[in-house]
Design a protein around this ligand. Structure first.
Ligand code: VGL
Ligand code: ZN
Length: 201
């Protein structure tokens, strides 16, 4: 059984959104076409409470994209984004949602960020995604969405560590910054995540 995992294709990560990913909207037509080729389609949704500690606005004097130590972890500070119940947190209007069987929300714990769809950055709280995929008989997981160098990267890495044969679809994701993307790609290939193009599917 193989599954497609669509990471954080939400308004706030699209051009004009609060944490826009350059060219982020371009992944949507690619993902829409891909969906039909999978037995199972699952999505994640970044879903922060107001005042989440990953927001620069929660730290007086700090600006977005600065890095701090937060409860023992390195944390990039972000503009407020994907606030629970806001329009920016909705899955993109043009994303086909008909085939999405389940949506796993993350980033709800105020004190810790959650890039991966599997667990938070401190690996303390699980979303249930790993056991869900196993219970559905998934062996191969194909990861796409936003952003390539943060949530898609960490999700693919954890998928591999959880024992799934993992594929990272390079033309169905876009990055926030080129340097973090380069690091992500080399780390993923080192740990045995397969980098593929949607045209190979
Ligand atoms: C993301 C930064 C903060 C992502 C989410 O979806 O890649 N990046 N929250
Ligand atoms: Zn976030």
């Amino acid at each position: 059984m193989r599954a497609l995992l669509i990471v954080d294709v939400q308004h706030d990560f699209l051009p004009g959104g609060r944490l826009e990913v350059p060219g982020g909207d371009e992944v949507i037509p690619v993902i829409n076409v891909l969906q039909d080729r999978f037995d199972l389609v699952v999505a994640t949704q970044d879903w922060h409470p107001e005042g989440h500690e990953s927001f620069a606005s929660a730290h007086p004097g700090k600006k977005p994209f600065e890095e701090i130590r937060l409860h023992g972890l390195n944390q990039v500070l972000w503009p407020d984004h994907c606030v629970q119940g806001s329009k920016g947190a909705d899955l993109a209007d043009t994303l086909n949602k008909k085939t999405i069987a389940a949506i796993f929300r993350k980033g709800m714990h105020r004190r810790v960020d959650s890039y991966s769809g599997f667990y938070d950055n401190g690996k303390k709280y699980h979303t249930g995604l790993a056991s869900y995929l196993r219970s559905m008989g998934v062996k191969e997981l194909f990861v796409c969405g936003l952003a390539a160098d943060y949530c898609v990267y960490y999700t693919a890495k954890d998928a591999r560590n959880e024992g799934f044969r993992t594929y990272y679809i390079t033309d169905a994701t876009k990055y926030i910054a080129a340097d973090t993307y380069e690091k992500a790609i080399s780390d993923l290939s080192e740990i045995g995540v397969h980098l593929i193009s949607s045209t190979e599917l």
